[in-house]
Design a protein around this ligand. Sequence first.
Ligand code: TXA
Ligand code: MG
Length: 377
Amino acid sequence: MQHRQTAVLTVDPIHPDPSSIERAAALLRAGEVVVFPTETVYGLGADALQTSAVERIFAAKGRPFSDPLIVHIADEATLERLTISIPAQARQLAKAFWPGPLTLILPHSPLVPKLVTAGLETVAIRMPRHHVALELIRAVGSPIAAPSANRFMHVSPTTAQHVLADLNGRVPLILDAGPCEVGVESTVLDLCSRVPTILRPGGISLEALRTVLPEVQPPPQHVMTAEHATHGRTSLAPPQGSLVANARSETEWESRSPGQLLTHYAPAVPLLLFDGAVEAMRAAMLAELQKRLERGERVGVLVADEDVAAFRDSGTVVQSLGAAAASEQVAGALFAGLRALEEADVQVILSRSFDERGLGLAIRDRLVKAAGGKVIF
Ligand code: TXA
Ligand code: MG
């Protein structure tokens, strides 16, 4: 694709300057792409109703057309235009969580271009909780289709600097409103299946969804976890672990939740994910670390505040995400932490895992994906 100048415009996250919003809106109306902040991650937006504009999203990201996009709206009236039927559950969830990091999968109306939905009968819709995003959508006068503003397969961006690192020269404008508050992408909830099912855990926890709809199901286990490897925890044996998934269930999952397979996500640096009781997990990480340092490797560790002391003098680059039990804090720091280790030029990242409570489910999902599905016990 053609190289062009990328402008970065600083905007106030609460009271964005109307002329900055208008500059971005004019580009979007003219069929261009613009990067804008949301409460989860930065999005790479285009007018959702202009097919040629949406095409530019795929070109800028290098994303395959088989991966559908989320349509961002600023009012519920637009929900009516984009869908053919709105179940009562959707109304209840919207009332409780919109604007906010919840994406609903609903049957789409003929208004939605095929490119947005990857030819599926459904469309993903959310109302973001960020003033800049909402004002931009209103100023454009059309819903905005937007994936995360990273190159395909890379970690989602939570700052404008992350966006620049991936998309400099590939987009005309980035609205910079500082770091995103939530730090992981929205929860994608399928309301077209018999039982409402999470397709991607994210910024709204399973527990929170169940306060409104007790029947909500978590994503199928096989995508979430890996088989327990049986080698000794403290041995220096090479890490093992195998993804629990057979071809048939992967195909079924892929058709239901395109873009969520483990193979669709790989960080720039290989990541080994450790799990288990805290003491044993730390010991296994230290053993692996020792082995790699002896081989002369440059290693980064992704840990929680309470692990830092154990790694401080270990000769590694230590990146802490916050207190392990504070899942909102850890989620907020996760992608920036991964990118910081990439930039520190480490050859491998050893990461601890986090339990599944609250945003922990989303944190675990992203770490398992970053590890290519392999978890070391
Ligand atoms: O927080 C977020 O959701 C961010 C911000 C920018 O809003 N967006 C985001 O978009 O994470 P993206 O494109 O990186 O992820 C969208 C995912 C797709 O990969 C796919 O798994 C799911 O949403 N999706 C979209 N449309 C779908 C559909 N019709 N059926 C099932 N899943 C769908
Ligand atoms: Mg993405």
